[in-house]
Design a binder for this molecule. Structure first.
Ligand code: VTB
Length: 347
C-alpha cells in the first residue's frame, strides 16, 4: 500500500541513525569541547537519516533554518539515495531529533549522554518552541496519579502509594539548577531521595518509566524540545509526562535580560499554533501520533544504556528502539565490525 508507515522496518533504520550519531560523538568524549561533540553528532545523524526510505520533515531539531545548517526545523530529510519517482511512494514522517542530548556530559565523559530521535506520522509530534518546560514524568504504575499543578508532597505521596512503598523509598531526579531551589527543598521535606543531575533530563525521564532503574520520577524545568521527545518515549513505555511551558524569568530564577521578553515569546508561540501559554500538556498533547517510533543510543554509560565502546576490530553500541503500533521495545546490542576476517567478537 502506498505511503504506509512500516514501523518495524523504519525502527531499524532509525536505530542505525541513532547509532551513527552516538558513535561519532562518543569518539569526542572527554575532549572538553561540547560544540564539537554536538557538531559531529548532527553531521552523522543527518547523513544516516538521508539513507532512510521516507519523506521526512524535521519538527524538532537544531534550531531555525537561519541558525542551524543541518537538521533545522522544517528541513526535509530522507530518500537521498532514491529516485524522485520512488520517493513519491515513501511515507511522510515528522521527526524530532536530539543528536546529542547532554553535550556537556559527553564533553566531560560524564554519564547519561545519549543520541535520540523520535518519528511519527505527520502532525504526531508537537512543534514545541525551544524554551523551558516544567515537567513531571512517571512510569506506568503511577499513570493518572500525579498532577503537575498539585503540591510536590501530594505527588510524592501518590507515587509512593502507586508503587506500594514509602515516600522515603523514592528517588526523584532533578536538574541541578538555582531555579529548582524550592522544588528540591519540598522534595527533601517530604522525605524522598533526590538525584541531582547536571544535564540530561530526557534520559532521566526515560529511566523513570522503566522499572528496575531505581528512579521513580523526574521533576522540574528543562527544555521543551526534550519534553516532546520524552512524551514520544512515554507513549512507547506506557509512562506519563505532564508539562507546562515556562518563560517567566522569576520562575526560572534568571535576570530579565537572560530570557526573551514575554510578548516576543507569546508571538512565537502563536506562530507555532500555541494560543494558551499556560496550557498543561499531557503525553498525548506533546506526542499525539498513533505511530510513534523512538530510538536512543547510549553515548556515555547510563542508567539504561551503556556508552559506545571502541575496540580493535570495531565498536559496540547499546540502544533502545520502541514502536507504539507494533508495541515492541527492543534493547539492541550492536557490534559494528570493522576488522578483517580474523576479528574476534565477544559475547
Ligand atoms: C535542559 C534539559 C536538557 O539541558 O534543556 C538543559 O532539558 C538546559 O538547561 O536535558 P539550562 O539552560 O538550565 O542549562 C539539558 O540538561 C541537556 O541538554
Amino acid at each position: 500500500m502506498k505511503n504506509l508507515i512500516k514501523s518495524d522496518e523504519l525502527a531499524l533504520d532509525f536505530l542505525r541513525v541513532a547509532e551513527a550519531a552516538a558513535i561519532e560523538s562518543a569518539r569526542t568524549m572527554g575532549q572538553g569541547d561540547r560544540k564539537h561533540s554536538d557538531h559531529v553528532a548532527v553531521e552523522a545523524m543527518r547523513e544516516a537519516m538521508d539513507t532512510v526510505a521516507m519523506r521526512g520533515r524535521i519538527v524538532i531539531g537544531e534550531g531555525e533554518r537561519d541558525e542551524a545548517p543541518m537538521l533545522y526545523i522544517g528541513e526535509e530529510v530522507g530518500g537521498g539515495d532514491f529516485s524522485e519517482e520512488m520517493r513519491k511512494d515513501f511515507p511522510e514522517i515528522d521527526i524530532a531529533v536530539d543528536p546529542l542530548e547532554g553535550t556537556n556530559l559527553c564533553a566531560l565523559g560524564a554519564n547519561n549522554a545519549i543520541a535520540v530521535l523520535a518519528a511519527s506520522e505527520r502532525g504526531g509530534l508537537l512543534n514545541a518552541p525551544d524554551i523551558y518546560m516544567d515537567k513531571i514524568v512517571v512510569g506506568p504504575s503511577c499513570k493518572g496519579a500525579v498532577d503537575i499543578e498539585a503540591p510536590v508532597k501530594y505527588n510524592l505521596k501518590a507515587i509512593a502509594l502507586s508503587l506500594s512503598r514509602d515516600i522515603d523509598d523514592l528517588t526523584v531526579i532533578v536538574l541541578d539548577r538555582p531555579r529548582h531551589e524550592n522544588l528540591i527543598r519540598e522534595i527533601r521535606e517530604a522525605g524522598a531521595r533526590i538525584r541531582l543531575i547536571s544535564d540530561g533530563d530526557l534520559s532521566a525521564g526515560i529511566s523513570a518509566a522503566v522499572a528496575g532503574t531505581n528512579i521513580h520520577a523526574l521533576m522540574g524545568i528543562g527544555g521543551a524540545p526534550e519534553g516532546v521527545l520524552t512524551a514520544a518515549a512515554m507513549k512507547c513505555l506506557n509512562g506519563e509526562i505532564q508539562a507546562k511551558l515556562e518563560f517567566d524569568p522569576e520562575r526560572l530564577s534568571v535576570d530579565k535580560d537572560k530570557v526573551p521578553p514575554a510578548d516576543e515569546v507569546m508571538a512565537r508561540l502563536r506562530d507555532m499554533g500555541i494560543d494558551d501559554p499556560d496550557k498543561i500538556y499531557n503525553t498525548d498533547d506533546l506526542a499525539p501520533g498513533e505511530r510513534i517510533i523512538f530510538a536512543a543510543t547510549g553515548v556515555t554509560d547510563g542508567a539504561l544504556l551503556r556508552g559506545v565502546r571502541f575496540f580493535g576490530a570495531g565498536k559496540r553500541t547499546n540502544s533502545v528502539v520502541m514502536t507504539t503500533d507494533t508495541k515492541n521495545i527492543r534493547f539492541v546490542d550492536t557490534v559494528h565490525v570493522e576488522g578483517g576476517p580474523d576479528s574476534v567478537i565477544r559475547f
